[in-house]
Design a protein around this ligand. Sequence first.
Ligand SMILES: [Zn+2]
Ligand SMILES: [Zn+2]
Length: 231
Amino acid sequence: AKKPRTKEYTYGFKRFSLLGAIVNSIVLLVGSVVILAHALPRLFNPQQPNVEGMLLLAVLGLIMNGLAFFRLSKGSSLNERVVALHLLEDVLGWLAVLIGAGIMYFVEAPVIDPILSIAISLFILFNVFRNMRESLRIILQGSPAKLDIEEVKKVLFEMEEVDSVHDLHTWSVDGEYNVLTIHVVLSKELTMEDQQKLKNRIRTSLLLLDVHHSTIEFELPDEECVMEGCC
Ligand SMILES: [Zn+2]
Ligand SMILES: [Zn+2]
């Protein structure tokens, strides 16, 4: 995903991680459904499992997955979060097994086993849907989740050289790298030098709003623009 741009992939390969996030989400989705399908019948026909074996496995699993989860949970990209979620699923799963086996060690209550499986699967499904929604927003060219269009306009209108704006588009390449294009109508004619300064000021302000890639087009006050009212 960090590979630089090529002639054909001008944004580089930032969306690769998005692709990974979607694949991971599908794997989690299928996995949760399979677990649900197995656990539901066991609700009505519970069988006492091998409790000592379960306890030992749960402790080992908790230690291994717990370590991996803490290493990954600091990541911020969508895919890192999906993978961390996957590990969290395992951690919670093992924790549930540990608690369940612990209870079953003392009391005869095999129904605990499927109940915990179902609870974990539902929790994971909920998170998968949330991540999926975020991925879809990026694929469908939605405006970046954390970027407020009104805030963008407000910042621009605070500059006295700016009369109005139109043809404002913004989207995210991978959920972190945000792109914006805009037409800015000037309140008066500016020299090329002043235009350059204004452009840099706009770009810097946009960068503070987490827009890393902005394309700014200036227009004269009385210019007629065919892109006005596009889309
Ligand atoms: Zn447009
Ligand atoms: Zn225009």
